[in-house]
Each structure stands twice: as structure tokens, then as C-alpha cells.
Design a protein around this ligand. Sequence first.
Ligand SMILES: Nc1nc2c(ncn2[C@@H]2O[C@H](COP(=O)(O)OP(=O)(O)OP(=O)(O)O)[C@@H](O)[C@H]2O)c(=O)[nH]1
Ligand SMILES: [Mg+2]
Ligand SMILES: [Zn+2]
Length: 290
Amino acid sequence: MENIVIKIMSNNFWVRLANGEIVVAKPRGTLKSRGIFVGDKVFLNKVLNDYTIDKVYTRKNLLVRPPLANLDELIIVLAGIPKPDFYILDKLILFAYAYGIEPILVVNKQDINLDINEYVKTVYEPIIKVIYISAKSGLGFEQLKDAIKFKISALAGQSAVGKSAIVNRIFGKNISKEGDLSEKINRGKNTTRHCEIFTKWDLLIADTAGFTALDETLLPIPYFELPLYYKDYISYMPKCKYSDCKHINENVCDCAVKCAVQNGQLDNGRYKRYTEIYKALEQKWVKTHG
Ligand SMILES: Nc1nc2c(ncn2[C@@H]2O[C@H](COP(=O)(O)OP(=O)(O)OP(=O)(O)O)[C@@H](O)[C@H]2O)c(=O)[nH]1
Ligand SMILES: [Mg+2]
Ligand SMILES: [Zn+2]
């Protein structure tokens, strides 16, 4: 792997070298003002014992909130407790696709709650990779580590699903602060605030609260392209009466997706969320394009 910026504090940049070693570097000249982000791949120069960042390589992607560059995988964490929010999940999946990031669904807390497994299996296994884990018992962590090694990943998902607990389980110590579940629900606050990539061996994971505030306006998808992001709907599209069917206002018998929802082949909840996201994106489009 290349040299990767993993943490930024004032004018100090922590960089993970290709061999896994971590050094602190300062940017050369005007480089800093042009922006260096966590996840950036950089060229380093060493003079005596001082490292300087001489160049930032072209980015694969750059997220604004949270500020992260070159993300390969978005690890979306879900759990039976707190009450799962599938609307957030669907938006995060779309967000990942829109930025060229692979979404992976991780269903945590398997030691205490299995209620959502069946729903996840039916609705999400056909569209994305799903891994069932427990940050408490360690179940599923070999599979999770396998899925993320040699990639830059970030954890996303509702507060209190166990993102920090996953980081702590992987790296074997308390490096990301875990919050008290009841306290979080009561105050609705995230424990994790800043943005940093944790790393050991071939694993690089960012734990950040930034994704939870994700609203539709942050999805860079024109509303009329939304159907193309639904892998579960694409196979039905050739059977819709109109080739550019949006599965929204068409008559049930003219739209194969709506028909499949009605006869139970496709999940009603996911379809409802689809229409909500579609309408929000359409409103945004009308606002910006008149
Ligand atoms: N039983 C059980 N509890 C877990 C598991 N994973 C996390 N928890 C607990 O769930 C609570 C919330 O975990 P966190 O890791 O702080 O959640 P988070 O997703 O990082 O939350 P934010 O930082 O607020 O976004 C803590 O009390 C954890 O100990 C698990 O697999 N099983
Ligand atoms: Mg956290
Ligand atoms: Zn249709």
C-alpha cells in the first residue's frame, strides 16, 4: 500500500508508510492550504529525521462530511438494538454507490439479538455483501477482517450500533471510545466525533459519526437515475411497460416493480423507502434546476 494520511491535528499529519510504520510529517510550502485529508495518498520526503509531504496523489473520491479521501469500502453497521433504521441503511448504500465505494452490511450484536437476521437475509443479501458479527463475542470477525484488508474502509451507521466496539475488537484495545447505550438514546448524541483512520497490519478503518447526519441533499444522484441504483429492481425493469419506468406514478399493472411489491415478491418497506428517497431527490432537483 502507499503512504496514507491517517490523522490530522493542527499542522501535524500522521502518515502510515507502506511498511506499516507511522510517522508524523509536515506539508511542504502551500500544500496544506490546498487541502490534505485523512485518507490521502502522499509522496514523502525525508531529510534527517523530518518528513515532509511533497505531493498528494490524485484522489479516487473525496467525501465532505465526514472529510475522508480514497475510501474503498463503507462498512454499514446495523443491529437489532437500538431499533434498526432501514431508511438510514438504504441511504448509506446509495451514498456509497454514488461515490464509487463498495458498501458492506455488517449485522452486529448477534450475541443478544437475532430479530433482524431474517429480514436482512431476504431483502439485503440479494443486493450487498452481508456479514453477521458480535463485537462482544468476536463472532464473524475473521470474515470481516478478510473483507476489509488492504482497503481503506469507514464505519457508518446509527449511533450505538457498535461501530467503536468493532474497532476496539479488531485492534484489541480501547482505541475508540464506546458510549453507554441508554445515555446515547436519551441524549441522542454520538460518542465518536473526530475523524481518524485506525490501522494495524493490512487493516485501515475510519470510525466517524459523520455519516449518521446523512440527508438526501447529500446524495449526488439525480432523482431520475435512482432506479439504476436498485439492484433488486433492475431485473424487473424490462417487464415494466415503459423502458424509462421510475416505479412511482405508473399504474400497478404497468410497472413490474410495483406489481412485485403488491404480490409480495419484493419488500414493501424497502419500496416505501425508495419512494420517499425518490421524492426527496426530486424536490431537491426542482429547487436547484427550477
Ligand atoms: N451485547 C453487545 N453489545 C454491544 C456489541 N457491540 C457494541 N455493544 C455495546 O453497544 C453500545 C454502543 O456501542 P458503540 O461502539 O459505542 O456504538 P457506536 O456505533 O460507536 O456509537 P456512536 O459512536 O455514538 O456512533 C456499547 O455499550 C457497546 O458496549 C455487541 O456485539 N454485543
Ligand atoms: Mg462510536
Ligand atoms: Zn416500473
